[in-house]
Design a protein around this ligand. Structure first.
Ligand code: HPA
Length: 270
């Protein structure tokens, strides 16, 4: 059983009782958003009992508590992935802790491969739904009734009101927001071209190695979810180019300002 109290107590002690409203999770190469947070307390994950250490490249592994547009934000600068070997309970532990500290919304960002051929590298996709292809679910095992119900509904997992706000904000900023379905694989190998063709038939628009476990756990514990995916590369087989972490990170760097601006605008508006 994960010890939520120990983690909450430690964060409270280090932050003087900071109460987050919004959790923002930064995906690969999107760490630039951290600069927008007027930081009050920065805590390395290693200092919080139960928080796993981020090992993924470009994931810093620190919790930044502060404000963006005068809203109290807990920014996870670096997320945990299934492929790092944390186990899904470890992957979703931080968001559950932050929920217990008061957050009621979570904004997730991620890097993805574009499956929909009308997308181009650098596009931002508002996630409307997902396909869980990781073969497991973070809610497997005994249900903690204090967190949520045994069988949570996923029909409105991607909160319609937050999606509407995101679309308005993108319009205001002149960002052409794409919309679509995210499919989660475990990684860490990228997908094969045959898998990508299969995923297109299944109705997926973009593929990544994260986010879905967090969305499921977030819905379970009553957080309103918004997810934005950056298309950092076209998925395997589409261009014939080999996929590299460097391309993913480079697109992240190039588009970090635009995606960060959109996230800030949404924080202001909600
Ligand atoms: N596949 C899986 N995860 C990813 C990709 C991809 O093509 N790009 C960025 N993250």
């Amino acid at each position: 059983m994960m010890d939520y109290k120990a983690a909450c107590d430690r964060i409270n002690e280090l932050s003087g009782g900071f109460k987050p409203e919004i959790i923002v999770v930064l995906g690969s190469g999107l760490a630039g958003f951290a600069d927008r947070v007027k930081a009050e307390t920065v805590i390395p994950y290693g200092d919080i009992p139960g928080f796993g250490i981020s090992t993924a490249p470009y994931h810093n592994g620190r919790l930044i508590l502060g404000t963006v547009e005068d809203k109290r934000v807990a920014c996870m600068d670096g997320r945990l992935h299934l492929y790092e070997g944390h186990g899904l309970e470890g992957v979703v532990f931080p968001l559950r802790v932050l929920r217990k500290l008061g957050a009621d919304k979570i904004f997730l960002t991620n890097a993805t491969g574009g499956i929909n051929t009308s997308f181009k590298v650098g596009d931002i996709m508002l996630v409307e739904d997902h396909i869980n292809f990781q073969g497991r679910n973070p809610l497997m095992g005994p249900n903690d009734e204090e967190l949520g119900v045994r069988f949570p509904d996923m029909t409105y997992a991607y909160n319609p009101e937050l999606r509407r706000i995101a679309e308005e904000c993108a319009d205001r900023l002149g960002i052409e927001l794409k919309k679509g379905v995210y499919i989660a694989c475990t990684g860490p190998s990228y997908e094969t071209p045959a898998e990508i063709r299969a995923f297109r038939l299944l109705g997926a628009d973009a593929v990544g190695m994260s986010t879905v476990p967090e969305v499921i756990a977030a819905v379970h514990c009553g957080l309103k979810v918004l997810t934005l995916s950056l298309i950092t590369n076209m998925a395997a087989g589409i261009t014939g180019n080999k996929l590299t972490m460097e391309e993913v990170a480079e697109t992240g760097r190039q588009r970090s300002l635009v995606l960060g601006g959109l996230v800030s605008e949404i924080i202001k508006a909600c």
